[in-house]
Ligand binder design. Sequence first.
Ligand code: FES
Ligand code: FES
Length: 159
Amino acid sequence: MAFTLQVNGREHQVEAAPEESLLSVLRDRLELTGTKYGCGEGQCGACTVLLDGSAVRSCRLQVSAVAGKKITTIEGMAHGEHLHPVQQAFLEAEAFQCGYCTPGMILSAVALLEHTNKPTDKQIMSLMNGNICRCGTYSRILQAVHTAAAMSRSKGNER
Ligand code: FES
Ligand code: FES
């Protein structure tokens, strides 16, 4: 079947079975390989993307369910040479080792910071609990999210 997907501000026509996962369509048909395959069961967060601004597990979403919705992947975060503030914060905090979890972590953090830009450690750990980092860089990820939140507050976006 043909589906029209809105990904990173661009419209894409794709041919796929309705039950094919969004993750598979992003990676295999649109070549957006920044979104990672981890468990395939909604348990690790490696495949996290934004769907109409909310963090979702793309391995558990059928492509037929997301047609017409606004999908954002890690490739849609930077504007030209300018990294998204959360990407910049992860870079500055060196909040990764192998980097496999990082796209999903960043998108979960972006969704979190849409709701509050003064999160507590407890809020961050609770809301990002479903994102697993096998390298164990959690303390730096925490630091990066706080840094990104501070950057957002300094721009006057108090939430
Ligand atoms: S690959 Fe989707 S949650 Fe693990
Ligand atoms: S940096 Fe390796 S899994 Fe998180």
